[in-house]
Design a protein around this ligand. Sequence first.
Ligand SMILES: [Fe+2]
Length: 287
Amino acid sequence: MNDKSARKQFFEEGYLVYPRIFEGQELERILAACNRVLEKHTEWHDRQHPKEDFTNMRHLNDSQWHRDGLEDFKTIMELIADPRCLGPVEQIFSGPSLFRSTSYFVNPRFKSAEGNWHRDSQFMTKSDEEEKDMLKRIWNDPTTGYGIQFQIPLLDNEDIEYVPYSAGRYDSPEEYHIRMADNQVHNREQGMPNALRVRLKAGDGVIFNPYGLHRGRYHVDKPRRTLMLTYTPRSFPLRDFFSDQPWFEEPGHLDPLSPRARVFFEDFISTYRDFWTAQKKSAQKAA
Ligand SMILES: [Fe+2]
């Protein structure tokens, strides 16, 4: 796929599937590494909030999860900087990418729920008008205002539903009714016109445009272990919770990595170092 058609597909159709990026032992190693981090996170989570569900965790690369060995850290970090992930992402950006964050989506343990239909833009704006303005801005100049979420299901998964071609236009009346009407009471209902369930095999990659209509599914009995790698264009860093990763400054943090991965993350460190310092200072002041 050339640059133009990948970009076009992202902004028009809204999603791209890359079959079988990871397979066999490599896929097993990635799954095992992520699950060991998840186990530690679950222990930590359950101490704070016993019997409460969670459906994702952030920052699998946080050094707090890797105090007892660096193999899993290496597996996750090398994956983030792997050309098989960066290639598709940079085709869509038509330029270099910058790391942003990692997330791990998992099925709930206690209670099943349907996902709510949404566009991510609705969480970044306060009214329909504001949201429409934001979407229009992105449609007019797609080089700013978005990151790319590269999802890799590590187990077969069909939890994402997407409305193809909804990313480049606003809702039809039927879509708006389900997504937003009556204070969003309908947003978990069936019947979204043209909704497509994205059927993925373990090791596939998928990129979808989060400004199109989409939703997840959170069922106890449908196993989900999906890793999500988020990137921004290098020219568009975002200073917030996702990029606030001060553990990158720990001495020797990048030492276990390949030269290629080191260069990729050195760029991340030099972009955000000042932000991390400012964050630390304001936390100290508040304490
Ligand atoms: Fe979303």
